[in-house]
Design a protein around this ligand. Structure first.
Ligand code: UD1
Length: 378
């Protein structure tokens, strides 16, 4: 039997993606599963993110295979989006009867496909299990809690997550500490990203700009919170050039709240369309400072040793504070601006070593365990 040939008794695994961060996480997993003889992986794209820049370009930059099924659900309220995904995915699940449904992260697609699989009594593997912000006003926290309750195999990025799961009563043999697939993708992509000319194209100078990403409902959905973000951007833009690849949700909210003109007029701020993965990593790896409310970027800046200010009251990724470059600063403009000034005041790169198992091999460890699951007697 030569490499790549599947055994007749191979197990079908559905790998579920829907949003931008899912695409990054699934890329190394699809590659690693592709090398397993006992596994046939089908990629199911829910269509939660559908724009070329939010979806297609990630498939290209991360060489993710074409989805086997595209559910085309699009945007909607949480209930509508979740229900639509469940309805479409149930059909695919019934037709293909996978032996395992593998979900990543904490988005609505993760939740909806887990619920569908659980009702069809199909085993679920959750990648990035056990993260907790302990803040149930975040839609992602609800998605994490429900997905982990339903999952049979829980793959974690850090031992904090293992502890959270054990505290919730998950039996230890179902928890697998494997490391961080988002960092697998980052480490593989750094040399390719270094060849991009994004910094130059945006007329920035390496190490002399701040990179901003803000899209959480808690920061952009209410006028007061969006206004605080604006005040922060205005102040940071006076300290150094700022580049802000704006998420469609943020852009829409700026319009809806009547703040778009003021946002566009911020001194020192370049608003750009969402960036492809490699272009974003190109910008991220030479930034002087990062301000964000994203989860993944807290992890990426930790590995790249770039100071990161997280504009949230909490994080489900405390390891990035303890062992990384992240600081939780909330959204009080005075506090954030003061933290930015301090970060810019020190010229040394933060000293820290990568968290355990954030070494580029998480997907390989996951694939090895999934292959064991495939061969274990039912
Ligand atoms: C989703 C995830 C969030 C993740 C983020 C990454 C949930 C609950 N949230 O948030 O955890 O951090 O993705 O980006 O699953 N839109 C477009 N084009 C697209 C997709 C969305 O224009 O391709 C616009 C739509 O107007 C939509 C809005 O963005 O209403 C929000 O999209 P949605 O998928 O509901 O959530 P995100 O804010 O992207």
């Amino acid at each position: 039997r030569h490499k790549g040939q599947r055994r007749e008794d191979s197990m079908l695994v559905h790998c579920i993606v829907g949003t931008r961060p899912n695409f990054v996480k699934i890329a190394p997993i699809m590659k690693a599963l592709g090398r397993c003889q006992r596994i046939r992986a089908h990629l199911i794209h829910t269509g939660q993110h559908y724009d070329t820049v939010m979806s297609r370009s990630f498939f290209e930059d991360l060489t993710i295979p074409e989805p086997d099924r595209y559910l085309n659900v699009g945007s909607g309220t949480h209930a509508v989006q979740t229900a639509r995904i469940m309805e479409s995915y149930e059909q695919v699940l019934n037709e293909e009867k996978p032996g395992l449904v593998l979900v990543v992260g904490d988005v609505n697609s993760t939740l909806a496909c887990s619920l569908t699989a659980a009702k069809a009594v199909t085993p679920i593997a959750h990648i990035e299990a056990g993260l907790r912000s302990f803040d149930r006003t975040m839609p992602e926290e609800i998605n994490r809690l429900v997905t982990d309750t339903l999952a049979d195999h829980l793959f974690t990025t850090c031992t904090d997550a293992d502890e959270n799961l054990r505290r919730e009563g998950v039996s230890p043999e179902r928890i697998h500490f494997v490391g961080n697939v988002m960092i697998d993708a980052l480490l593989t992509s750094l040399p390719l990203a270094a060849r991009k000319k994004t910094i130059k194209r945006l007329q920035l100078e390496a190490e002399h700009y701040a990179l901003v990403t803000i899209h959480r409902p808690s920061n952009v959905d209410e006028p007061e919170s969006f206004f605080r973000v604006l005040m922060i951007l205005e102040a940071i833009g006076r300290m150094l050039p700022v580049v802000f690849p704006i998420h469609p949700r943020t852009e829409k909210q700026a319009e809806a709240l009547g703040l778009a003109d003021r946002l566009h007029a911020c001194p020192g701020l370049q608003l750009v369309a969402p960036l492809r993965y490699l272009e974003f990593i190109n910008l991220l790896s030479s930034a002087r400072l990062v301000l964000t409310d994203s989860g993944g970027i807290q992890e990426e800046t930790t590995i790249l040793r770039i100071p990161c200010l997280t504009l949230r009251p909490n994080t489900e990724r405390p390891i990035t504070i303890r062992e990384g470059t992240n600081r939780l600063v909330g959204t009080d403009p005075d506090v954030v601006i003061d933290a930015a000034r301090k970060a810019l005041g020190s010229s040394d790169k933060p000293k820290c070593s990568p968290p355990p198992l954030w070494d580029g091999k998480a997907a390989e460890r996951i694939a090895a365990i999934v292959e064991q699951i495939a061969t274990a007697p039912a």
